[in-house]
Design a protein around this ligand. Structure first.
Ligand code: PBE
Length: 303
């Protein structure tokens, strides 16, 4: 499989770079010197993602909380731009530190590692939860039952995200193929659910891969039951507001408890949480494995 190839490339790149990094440190006291030069080479900069992402906020919290990140900056742009920078850095065997999350294909494609987070700014395990507007259970009991049942085991979702990479991230197509190949699962989700005749339902989603996949699957499954489904892409802040106000009916995109916890608390009581649709997710800062650091505390404050 192709990810073995990537892994092997990573190992070769890793060996080459450790020589380069070792060469940068002064003789003798290799470790401190090499680490110092890494932070300097990074120009005390974290490569972030969208300004509106939950993780952009947790990255700022990390910068505020860790002495080792004092004076650091986060550069925001988009997940796509971050992935391009990550790929470029790895190709040139340069250091880089990025906002990372899993499930995501970046961990299969690149040999990267999360930095330890002893302060747990990024929390431990995250789950992606399904929330619906208050009253949905009474108004659309059939949609409610399906939304309540939607759940993916982590390896199943990871595989779907790898497939998406091969299908140009056309999540409508990826979801269609997945539904076609997983009829049994879909039958479990829809068992005993009555069909409807064109009832409209709106799902909001945030713009990242796992959420795009799960929401597009939800759309197809609901459509097969006769619903008329619209998908509305939004930022995490708008997602909670849309469900709380009843402007939208449901979302499969909130990451809890760390990433979107503040929004969740702000609107708590104004939506219903149907529980995880994926467990074993994670967010944090990550670096290529060839970098000689393991923890956020191995970094150095900017002068
Ligand atoms: N992320 C990571 C989302 C959820 C976790 C980029 C996919 C976010 O930061 O809001």
């Amino acid at each position: 499989m192709f990810n073995f190839t990537w892994k092997r490339l990573g190992v070769i790149a890793g060996l080459t770079l450790s020589l380069v990094v070792a060469g940068c440190g002064q003789e003798g006291n290799g470790e401190t010197e090499a680490t110092a030069s890494v932070s300097e080479q990074l120009e005390y900069k974290i490569t972030g993602i969208e300004p509106g992402a939950g993780q952009t906020e947790t990255n700022e919290q990390a910068i505020a909380e860790y002495e080792s990140l004092a004076g650091w900056e986060q550069e925001t742009s988009s997940a796509a731009a971050m992935l391009t920078s990550l790929g470029d850095a790895i190709e040139k065997e340069e250091p880089i530190i990025v906002a990372a999350w899993s499930p995501h294909y970046m961990f299969a494609k690149y040999d990267i590692k999360y930095l330890e987070d002893p302060e747990l700014v990024f929390g431990e395990e995250e789950h992606i939860t399904t929330i619906v507007r208050n009253g949905l259970k009474e108004d659309m009991p059939n949609a409610y039952t399906i939304l309540d049942r939607l759940y993916w085991e982590l390896p199943v979702l990871e595989e779907a995200l790898l497939t998406a990479q091969e299908m140009d991230f056309d999540f409508e197509k990826v979801a269609k193929q997945w539904v076609d190949e997983n009829g049994e699962k879909v039958a479990e989700w829809t068992e005993g659910v009555e069909s409807v005749n064109g009832t409209s339902i709106d799902l909001v989603l945030t713009p990242w891969d796992a959420e795009s996949f799960s929401t597009n699957v939800a759309k197809i499954v609901l459509e097969q039951q006769g619903f008329d489904v619209s998908l509305t892409p939004v930022d995490p802040s708008v997602m909670f507001e849309a469900i709380a106000s009843g402007d939208s009916d449901a979302t499969l995109s909130p990451w809890m408890p760390a990433t979107h916890g503040a929004f969740y608390e702000e609107y708590e009581g104004q939506f219903e949480d149907l529980g995880p649709n994926v467990e074993g997710a994670r967010i944090g800062l990550a670096v290529p494995s060839y970098m000689d650091i393991d923890s956020i505390e191995d970094l150095e404050p900017a002068e």
